[in-house]
Design a protein around this ligand. Sequence first.
Ligand code: KIV
Length: 271
Amino acid sequence: MSVNKEVKRVTTHTLQKMKAAGEKISMLTAYDYSFARILDGAGVEVILVGDSASNVMAGHETTLPITLDQMIYHASSVIRGIERCFVVVDMPFGSYQSNSEIALASAVRIMKETGAHAVKMEGGEEVTDSIKKIVSAGIPVMGHLGLIPQSIYKFGTYEVRAKEEKEAVKLRKDALLLQDAGCFAVVLEKIPAGLAAEVSAKLAIPTIGIGAGNGCDGQVLVMHDMLGINTEFKPRFLRQYLNIHEQATQAVQQYIRDVKSGDFPNPQEQY
Ligand code: KIV
């Protein structure tokens, strides 16, 4: 999509100013050109090309199988659909955990090959060396704490995280470490609302919550969940704004009826 010079692009600076002004940040996931156009046109500030693509686009049970090449394909499609949004791309499992050199190489590929504006990494203290290296190369990094789906087999459950004080202490410490390492924002996933509000008040950088209550500086949802494209996943934190699954099913059934009855195409729909 060509750049319209009239459009004011969202930057990390915009997000920082929004936090300072108490203006909430809206973020949604997208994985392709057409939905990115809808989200960008509707006015969302941040699009996350989440590794949830592994679930909602590829049908995998977890986010682990998606590859760096596949994330790059999704992100470059999204970038062609936006004019003003800030686009963050998830670094997939295996692309940054080994060491900071590999992490930087993966982040550089994402930035060079997609035209995206930032990357996101899951984890706290364990990934701060890599975050520092990536940030010092000029690449903005969004952190991700709480429920971190790439570690699902370590925790064994998608339950609310940091309910116990020991884990809450680690999360508070990790949030400050991510900020010190240079993250411009941090996602807080599925943690108690009180803890998320406390961390959000403590940090100078914006927090974006998912299942973390109203005290965060912004909110994110997986687009397929909030639009009701997938109907199987209905956690308590999800607000479903549409039921595309039902509407699309009805539309397809009507099309089948029209084809079978000979109603489609009619004389106006042929040459
Ligand atoms: O991959 C993703 O969609 C995410 C969000 C749930 C924050 O990381």
